[in-house]
Design a protein around this ligand. Structure first.
Ligand code: SF4
Ligand code: SF4
Length: 164
């Protein structure tokens, strides 16, 4: 009888300790990281310089990592991630009244102070330039997300819209 009581109490105490520990050290799952991870090819190839797809997905959200580091995913993946992250105007092309409209940006070079802030925020590395010198936007890579605009201290990044 005493043994039953002893083991019963022991298992109760252990149960409480286990559930406390599980609760305390629970890994928070970030739903947006999960969603990005699901878009990634899961090849775990490390070409993004992270040990695997999940670490890369986490870095995009937690460390402001660029979204163009996954070689197997390519530009299609970039587009999916930018849509998921609500880079609202990230679709470079839209069609209005059967006209194709392209969105990109350009840098008004006479006002560029070469601070490089824009380049560090561009998710697809479309801005090139050495710190201290004029920067420029590689039109071919710009997806028109406009993220760089708010990071330029001299307001020298301008929207560019053209029609086909
Ligand atoms: S709009 Fe700016 S941040 Fe966005 S892709 Fe083009 S250059 Fe990069
Ligand atoms: S943020 Fe503006 S000033 Fe700084 S490098 Fe880019 S374009 Fe030039």
């Amino acid at each position: 009888m005493l043994a039953i009581l002893f083991f019963g109490t022991l298992s109760f105490v252990l149960g409480v300790i286990l559930s406390y520990t599980a609760n305390k050290f629970r890994t928070e799952i970030d739903p947006i990281v999960e969603k990005i991870n699901r878009l990634l090819p899961q090849s775990q190839c490390g070409q993004c310089n992270y040990p695997g797809c999940y670490s890369y997905a986490k870095a995009i959200i937690k460390k402001n990592e660029k979204i163009n580091k996954c070689t197997p995913g390519g530009s299609e993946l970039e587009l999916k991630i930018s849509k998921l992250l609500n880079f609202k105007t990230s679709l470079k092309t839209t069609v209005i009244n059967e006209k194709k409209i392209f969105y990109t940006v350009w840098i008004d070079e006479k006002n560029c102070v070469g601070c490089s802030k824009c380049a560090s925020f561009c998710p697809v590395d479309a801005i090139v330039g050495t710190p201290g010198f004029v920067h420029t936007v590689l039109q071919k890579f710009c997806n028109g997300c406009n993220i760089c605009l708010s990071h330029c201290p001299t307001d020298c990044i301008k929207k560019k819209i053209f029609y086909e």
